[in-house]
Design a protein around this ligand. Sequence first.
Ligand SMILES: Cc1cc2nc3c(=O)[nH]c(=O)nc-3n(C[C@H](O)[C@H](O)[C@H](O)COP(=O)(O)OP(=O)(O)OC[C@H]3O[C@@H](n4cnc5c(N)ncnc54)[C@H](O)[C@@H]3O)c2cc1C
Length: 404
Amino acid sequence: MSKTLTVGIIGGGIGGVALARALLQAGIEVRLFEKAAAFGEVGAGIQMTPNAVKVLQALGLKEGLEKIAFLPQALVGRNWKTAQENFRTPLAGECPRLYGAPFYHVHRADLHALLASDLPADITQFNTGCVGVEQRGDKAAALFEDGSEFEADLIVGADGVRSTVRGALFGAEAPNFTGKMCYRAVVPFEHMPDFVSPDSSFWMGPRAHVVTYYVRCGAAVNIVAVTETSNWVEESWSVPSSREELLGVFSGWHENVIKLFERTDTVFKWGLFDRDPMKTWSVGHVTLLGDAAHPMLPFLSQGAAMAIEDAFVLAKALAAKGHDIPAALAAYEGERLPRTSRVQLESRERGKTYHKQSRFAQFKRDLSYKIKGLFNPHASGIQASWVYAYNATDFDPNRVKTAA
Ligand SMILES: Cc1cc2nc3c(=O)[nH]c(=O)nc-3n(C[C@H](O)[C@H](O)[C@H](O)COP(=O)(O)OP(=O)(O)OC[C@H]3O[C@@H](n4cnc5c(N)ncnc54)[C@H](O)[C@@H]3O)c2cc1C
């Protein structure tokens, strides 16, 4: 190959830093542009499912991940009021055997720091908000708010759910408010409390559900509490809420949920918005990755996992196709679009299942969990075996699939 390929990444979230790492590993030059003054990840937990863990291991992060993660025993579905178990999908002993890697819980800030660890400092430029992109023959340029620009063989918009790059390529499109919002909090504990089991617990109630799990090797519990509402305007991590508001909305829930909520200090809330899958992510020498390409509801816990898979596949496609950017992007989209579209659509469906309102609908759902679980616990519960079994590191850029 003649000259080294250069890629400009817009956005230093989980997808952006994962891509920087994967590209450097493949010997490709990278520059990362982040509009914030520093890398700053929100205080929240994240489930790293086996499909994402396989990629993190291939990026050289196996030991680092083990040091920051919590290994949950099972995914457990519980009744919101009685705590009765409706499904139990074993994880700790089973995931390596079934899917080729463990299922972990991590703190987002720890995961971000791990992905960014030992990236050369001079590849990242902070305080650099992208305002547009321009095609320039066999290159593209990112344009920044201070009037500067950066030209590269490829520009990748990893700039999140409100992506400027996506807007520049495909026009601004308003997201749909789903009628759901969530409260998030992380509660530190000196010792693991007896009212939070060492699982990923799904408490399902009428028009609401609560997910709790340990992060930081058991030193904190992450809370995601989803409820329905008709009025919301912001799609953001940072709308402050309060313990009182959280307790008010979930009043009457099982005492273990309430005991945990009573220990919250900082609580955030977030409206949940949704977009339909796109038909393509690329125009010329610019493409999208992560939430910029396929924002999804969090009900299969896959947004960051999909961004990490995208990063690995895109880096592999570029390493194989070199300066033939259209061929690399065709391989990337061919592999990633069908999968991420399915995850987007199934995440949407899960939201409906978790929030059944009438007692009869809940009874039918829970009976179906129990029957399926008798035969195969991994076919019950959130039913994500097909998500976890995928291995992005097996991607072959020379066997191009046609994007759906
Ligand atoms: C309640 C909830 C629970 C979740 N739980 C999970 C889970 O358990 N597992 C999981 O895998 N996923 C989960 N997710 C999803 C996950 O958080 C996101 O999908 C993931 O963080 C997306 O990463 P990203 O890099 O694409 O975008 P982001 O993390 O949003 O990063 C985008 C970056 O781009 C920067 N940026 C934005 N605009 C510009 C610009 N114009 N110029 C320069 N920089 C810019 C931003 O500052 C930011 O740093 C959850 C989401 C929610 C809402």
